[in-house]
Design a protein around this ligand. Structure first.
Ligand code: ADP
Ligand code: ZN
Ligand code: MG
Length: 621
């Protein structure tokens, strides 16, 4: 594997959405206003004045009427303005009022009885409780009687029937392997009974993993379209709302709806927004909400049978941050990689998007595929669209090659994740390096077979060689380990042979090789000099020990021997790799050429190449 030294992050931060809708805001505002008005009475609010001022006005003969109660004196002036004042103990008041010919009305302490009491006490209280409940009280899940107020927490899943997604696998380019894997799912959904007849069980959860823009969402939609089933789509961020507890109830609703209309596909896009590792005890606030949502999701997935014809799909571009609980059997136990497309894949994608575009004769889609390594499906879709827009802006009837070229430049300039657009020289280095790994793996009988080798970048890796079996082996012989080492150093050796120097791309290989060789010496007892003793520390880093990673009882001399033996094992692997590559130099060169041209080469092609060339060449001794 060859890696970039840069440390870039894929994906965008999960957005929190504030979906407090306008309608509910208006409703709240209205309620508050109406309550206020009910308490204070409609019409213009009376002016509150001091008792002394009231008395002055009274003596000046400006008061026309008053309503006197225990707690207030309300009234109006002769000019019509209303006022209110708080009475003080004033025995002479009534006399003065009579003298001024003011109309006097008495008022019982609680006029309006129950109604007044309701308005002034119960209503505001109810409103406050309601608001509090509305904002904070909806956590802890569970059926709650007020659950339907404003239908908050109702799933926002848009019910789309499979036919309505209108997308099938024909609309997805360069994702052959992923589609093959997904076909199992669509076949099952088309005919669940047929599959169960033989006692087969479908996976419950399928996780699509890959960099942004590679068509994960598109693939999920296509799967639903292909199977002709209902597609329930909600993105992870949509679960995590402003209010605690909403996420969990969304999950419940989503599953209920999907089960009702089975067979169906539930799709949780960007699941990392809710599916990140749980923080454990003491998590607060936003984490708490996210964890509740995640727990609910796990519970729902455990609680239903696929026999009902519901399959849960999810997508992420950050699988490494997912909570391990999500990946356990019975949950998202099936993972499908969706990688950046190679040249052939890019051509397919460009062709799909160029279907509706009226093109000039001179447009060569192959050439566009050629110059766009590192582009995702989304980038290519943008490129084609951009070209069409440019052409129509310039008043053309057809889209010409020059438009595609201009569009290409725009897309390259506009997207930051193509800053590492690979030069031809770099591409050659990567190709030689990967060819080195792959050729040695194909040549050594004890090495795992090569499945494919590619120089299409994935994450930080600029290229990689994928070997079979990909699942973990538990017991490995010494020869298998040695073969593994040889494959690991093969990339670097190939670079050295071809260019007389090595690049920084081999750092990871060296790290892995050193690690493995050291383990062979200190853990597996595979060094004849040191013999079958365990020298490694049981702790990852034992600070008591002078030699990190070694047992505290290991002497200085032994520690030095460990280093020497580790180096010897690696050097032997390097020599072996060099021997193989020198003997098959022509194959190495041709494989590198093939990689430069097609970007991906599979194991069978390497075997064919070996066979073809080795027959023509005298075998070096
Ligand atoms: P992701 O979910 O992996 O980030 P999307 O599925 O949202 O990517 O892709 C965005 C758009 O890019 C799609 O709607 C489609 O137009 C285009 N696209 C991406 N990958 C492909 C592909 N493999 N084939 C065709 N179009 C693609
Ligand atoms: Zn490598
Ligand atoms: Mg997506």
């Amino acid at each position: 594997m060859i890696k970039t030294t840069g440390n870039e992050k894929e994906g965008q931060p999960a957005k929190r959405r504030f979906n407090l809708s306008i309608t509910s805001l208006i409703t709240i505002a209205l309620l508050v206003y109406v309550t206020y008005r009910l308490i204070t009475g409609f019409g213009p609010a009376p002016k509150t004045i001091p008792y002394s001022e009231f008395k002055n006005d009274l003596n000046a003969g400006q008061i026309s009427s008053v309503v006197i109660s225990d707690t207030s004196i309300n009234g109006s002036m002769r000019d019509g303005t209303a006022f209110t004042t708080v009475p003080v103990l004033d025995p002479g008041l009534t006399k003065t009022l009579e003298a001024q010919k003011v109309q006097i009305t008495g008022q019982l302490p609680s006029n309006g009885g129950i109604l007044g009491f309701l308005l002034t006490w119960i209503l505001p209280l109810a409103l406050m409780v309601g608001l509090w409940y509305f904002f904070f009280g909806r956590n802890r899940g569970g059926g709650n009687p007020m659950g339907n107020i404003f239908s908050f927490g109702k799933s926002k899943a848009r019910i789309i029937t499979g036919e309505q997604t209108g997308v099938t696998f024909k609309d997805v380019g360069g994702a052959g392997e992923a589609i093959t894997d997904l076909k199992e799912v669509t076949e099952f959904l088309k005919n669940p009974l047929h599959f169960q007849r033989l006692g087969g069980k479908m996976p419950k959860g399928v996780l699509l993993v890959g960099p942004p823009g590679t068509g994960k969402t598109l693939l999920a939609r296509a799967a639903a379209g292909e199977a002709g089933v209902q597609f329930f789509n909600l993105s992870g961020a949509e679960f995590v709302e402003m209010f605690v507890g909403v996420g969990a109830s969304r999950v419940r609703d989503l599953f209920n709806q999907a089960k009702k209309s089975a067979p169906s596909i539930i799709f949780i896009d960007e699941i990392d927004a809710i599916g990140g590792r749980r923080a454990g005890v003491g998590a607060m606030g936003a984490h708490e909400e996210r964890e509740q949502t995640l727990n609910q999701l796990l519970a729902e997935m455990d609680g239903f049978e696929t026999s009902r014809g519901v399959i849960v799909m999810a997508a992420t571009n950050r699988p490494e941050i997912l909570d391990p609980a999500l990946l356990r059997p019975g949950r998202f136990d099936r993972q499908i990689m969706v990688d950046l497309p190679d040249r052939q894949g890019r051509l397919e994608i460009i062709e799909i998007h160029a279907r509706q575009v009226i093109r000039a004769e001179n447009v060569n889609l192959e050439a566009i595929a050629q110059i766009t390594p590192g582009f995702s499906g989304a980038d290519l879709a943008t490129l084609v669209n951009e070209a069409a827009l440019l052409a129509s802006r310039n008043g053309k009837d057809v889209v010409e090659m020059s438009d595609f070229d201009a569009a290409f430049e725009r897309v390259v300039a506009g997207s930051e994740h193509r800053t590492r657009s690979i030069t031809t020289d770099e591409k050659r280095v990567i190709a030689v390096h990967e060819a080195g790994h792959a050729l040695i793996a194909s040549l050594m009988p004890n090495a795992d077979k090569v499945r494919k080798v590619t120089i299409v970048p994935r994450g930080r890796a600029m290229g990689y060689t994928m070997q079979l079996p990909t699942n973990d082996r538990y017991v490995l012989g010494e020869r298998e380990l040695a073969a593994r080492l040889t494959v690991l150093v093969g990339g670097r050796v190939a670079e050295d042979l071809e260019f007389g120097e090595v690049s920084t791309g081999a750092v990871d290989d060296l790290a892995h090789a050193t690690d493995l060789a050291r383990k062979m010496v200190t853990e597996f007892g595979m060094s004849p000099i040191l013999g079958p003793v365990r020298l490694a520390s049981d702790m990852q880093a034992n600070y008591l020990s002078q030699q990190l990673g070694l047992d505290a009882r290991v002497s200085q001399e032994t520690a030095t021997l460990v280093d020497t033996e580790t180096r010897r094992i690696i050097e032997e692997a390097v020599d072996e790799a060099r021997g193989h590559l020198e003997n098959h130099r022509a194959v190495l060169d041709q494989l590198a050429d093939m990689l430069c041209e097609h970007e991906t080469v599979d194991g069978a092609q390497i075997d064919a190449l070996l066979e073809k060339i080795e027959f023509q060449e005298p075998i070096a001794v």
